[in-house]
Each structure stands twice: as structure tokens, then as C-alpha cells.
Ligand binder design. Structure first.
Ligand code: PLP
Length: 374
């Protein structure tokens, strides 16, 4: 009986991304530029190690914190962290969940630049926390000060961003770092797309050595190695925080899937270069078309998303529904993401290049038809 369900859960709705994707599935011959899942397959050496793990009976619990081999491999790419400062989790989603459960008390405030990934707020709501948004295109000390109150405990950054693909500039990263340090709050840096990053500088917040005590990095293998179904992620933070996160992890899932952990060891030795260079080419194809069509978009330098302003024609939701019905192309309305994004749609270019071009041509036909009827 739903009367027994707690209030904070009842108030949470199903992700708008999933909802729109289900709507798109009701139509035939639809090209989906919706879900954040790559068309690339998991590299075969990783798949082979997965099979080996099963054959070798690596099918038992691992330590709660995760395989030492995997943790050591992960921290070898991050300066100044030790193997007891990494927890292997069931996707980065679990990492987010255990960190937020460990940090947020009722009434605590969290600053999130928007547009933002819709996975954060429901987890904050569940703990009775309060989200305060700032414009991700206006990261200045003054803006952050305005969002800050005595209840602020945390800031969450996604770099590169979902849904915009935006990567913070070095100057913006410096502003965020200094703000977090001066206020002595925590920073979650969700770097799940860090491997798919076209910016020419290091955009991981781990580069700031003085930030270590205040920083929690969230990452994983879903995006970097096309391993979404393996459900394997991790968090990295100072030992003083990790020891508490580990308690929530232990009592939630015991440990991440052993087989996936062995596969992830192989992933740490595998650079998926062809995937990254292909995604960059696709990003350029999408941008070229958007320019031709006279549509503006957020600067996109990573992940595989472009956030497009369609307000010349309609609000994002109606635009997306009409595009789906008339041209069989599915995109996600901006309203599915955290922030005031009603004017936008998100295009995911995680689909093969030929199909992507076909979808962009359909978008062009659609825009032409709108221009004619105006
Ligand atoms: N963080 C961001 C910004 C994402 O876009 C996603 C998935 O799309 C996740 C976290 C969760 O990824 P996973 O749980 O597969 O590691």
C-alpha cells in the first residue's frame, strides 16, 4: 500500500530521459539521439577478461572497498592518492548515492551549476537536502557567493557536463576551487566523462593538490569503455572521508560485482582512442549542421551531448514531440534536466555516424518545414 511509502520517495518522479525514450519507442523507424549510452561495444580484451574471471571462479565477494589491483591501477593515474582512498562501486550512480547519504543532513544546501544531470537532485531530496542552482555559464566568485548560505555544505560539478558537453575553463576551475576552500565546503566532481574530453588541458579537479581534503571525485567505466551494463564505477577522496563512505557502501551492496571488477582491471590498461576520436568527429558534424540551420547551442568540448536552443520555433518539449512525430527523430527535451531549460533539447551523438547524419538531415527537413509555415 503506497500510504506506507515515505513522503520524500513519493515526491520523486521517474527520470524525464527515460520517459521520453519510452515515448519514442512507441513509433517505428525512429532514430534515437536520446540515451547516454554509446553505440561502441566493450573492447574485446575486456570481454575476454570477463569470461576468464567466470572460468577462474572469481565469482565470490571481494573486499568491501574493492580489489586492491583495481584500486592501485586507478590511483596510478591520480597523483597524491593511496589505494585506501578509492572505493569501487556499482556504477558511479552508487558512488553518488553513498556520498550524498553520508554528507547531507536535513536542511543542508547543495550548490549545482545548471543545466545539470538529473540524477543528483532526487538523491539530495531523499536526504532532506536543498538544491541551489547557479548558471554554469556564469561561474564567477560573485555568483557563487550569492548562492552560498550558512547551510551550504556541498557543491556538485559535472566536468565534462551532461547535458551540455561543456568543460569548465581553467579559470573557472580555479574560481570553484578557491570558493570551496575559502568556505570549507565539499566538492563532488563528477568526472564520468573525463576520458571523452576534447579540451587541451587537465580538467580533473584532482590537479589541485590543496583541494584533497574537500574533494570527492566520482568516475567509472560506463562511458570511458562502453561498459554501462557492467555497473562499475568508483569514488576517490581523502581517507578521512572514505572511511565513512565505506560504511554506507558496505551496508548497501557489500561490494561491487566481482566479475566486473576483474574486467575493469583490464579496462584500466586499455585506452579507447578510436572511440574518442570518432566522437570528436561526430561532435564537429553536429555543430556544422546546427550552424547551417542557424541554431545556437552551449559550447561542447566533451561527453557526447549538445544542448540546443530551439526557442525560435517552440519550447523544447513541444519541439521534441513534433520532431518525433513528423521526422521520427528522438531527442530529449531540456526540461528533463535540472535547471531552467525549457528552451532547449539535448542531442546525444552516441549513435553511429551514418545514422547520425541521417537524423541530422531529418532535423533539417523539419526546420525547413517550420520556416515555410512561419
Ligand atoms: N553522472 C553523469 C553525469 C551521467 O551522465 C551518468 C550516466 O549517464 C552517471 C553519472 C551514471 O553513470 P554510471 O552509473 O553508469 O556509472
Amino acid at each position: 500500500m503506497s500510504k506506507h511509502i515515505k513522503k520524500s520517495i513519493k515526491n520523486i518522479s521517474i527520470s524525464g530521459i527515460r520517459q521520453f525514450n519510452s515515448l519514442a519507442s512507441q513509433y517505428d523507424d525512429v532514430i534515437k539521439l536520446t540515451i547516454g549510452e554509446l553505440d561502441f561495444n566493450t573492447p574485446s580484451n575486456i570481454k575476454e577478461k570477463t569470461i576468464d574471471a567466470i572460468k577462474d571462479n572469481k565469482t565470490r565477494y571481494t573486499s568491501n572497498i574493492g580489489l586492491l589491483k583495481l584500486r592501485s591501477q586507478i590511483i596510478s593515474t591520480y597523483d597524491q592518492y593511496f589505494s585506501n582512498e578509492v572505493i569501487i562501486t556499482s556504477g558511479s550512480t552508487e558512488a553518488l548515492m553513498i556520498v550524498l547519504r553520508s554528507i547531507i543532513d536535513k536542511g543542508d544546501e547543495v550548490i549545482i551549476p545548471t543545466p545539470a544531470y538529473p540524477g543528483y537532485k532526487p538523491l539530495i531530496d531523499l536526504e532532506g537536502g536543498v538544491v541551489r542552482t547557479v548558471d554554469s555559464m556564469n561561474i564567477k566568485r560573485k555568483t557563487l557567493e550569492k548562492a552560498y548560505t550558512e547551510h551550504t555544505k556541498l557543491m556538485i560539478i559535472t566536468n565534462p557536463n551532461n547535458p551540455t558537453g561543456y568543460v569548465y575553463s581553467e579559470e573557472e576551475m580555479e574560481v570553484i576551487k578557491q570558493f570551496v576552500l575559502d568556505k570549507d565546503i565539499l566538492l563532488i566532481s563528477d568526472e564520468i566523462y573525463n576520458e571523452i574530453n576534447f579540451a587541451p588541458y587537465n580538467s580533473s579537479f584532482t590537479k589541485f593538490k590543496d583541494l584533497k581534503q574537500n574533494l570527492i571525485v566520482i568516475s567509472g567505466f560506463s562511458k570511458s569503455h562502453a561498459m554501462t551494463g557492467y555497473r562499475i564505477g568508483y569514488l576517490i577522496s581523502d581517507e578521512s572521508l572514505v572511511k565513512h563512505f565505506l560504511k554506507v557502501h558496505q551496508y548497501s551492496v557489500t561490494c561491487a560485482t566481482s566479475i566486473s571488477q576483474y574486467a575493469a582491471v583490464e579496462a584500466t590498461k586499455t585506452k579507447y582512442k578510436i572511440m574518442v576520436s570518432t566522437l570528436k568527429e561526430r561532435r564537429d558534424i553536429v555543430i556544422k549542421k546546427l550552424r547551417q540551420l542557424g541554431l545556437s547551442y552551449y559550447p561542447s568540448n566533451g561527453a557526447y551531448y549538445i544542448f540546443v536552443d530551439v526557442s525560435k520555433y517552440n519550447n523544447g518539449y513541444d519541439f521534441a514531440v513534433d520532431l518525433l512525430k513528423k521526422q521520427k527523430v528522438a531527442v530529449i527535451p531540456g526540461s528533463a534536466f535540472l535547471g531552467d531549460n525549457d528552451d532547449f533539447i539535448r542531442i546525444s551523438y552516441a549513435t553511429d555516424t551514418k545514422t547520425l547524419i541521417k537524423a541530422l538531415n531529418r532535423l533539417e527537413q523539419y526546420i525547413k518545414s517550420l520556416k515555410k509555415s512561419n
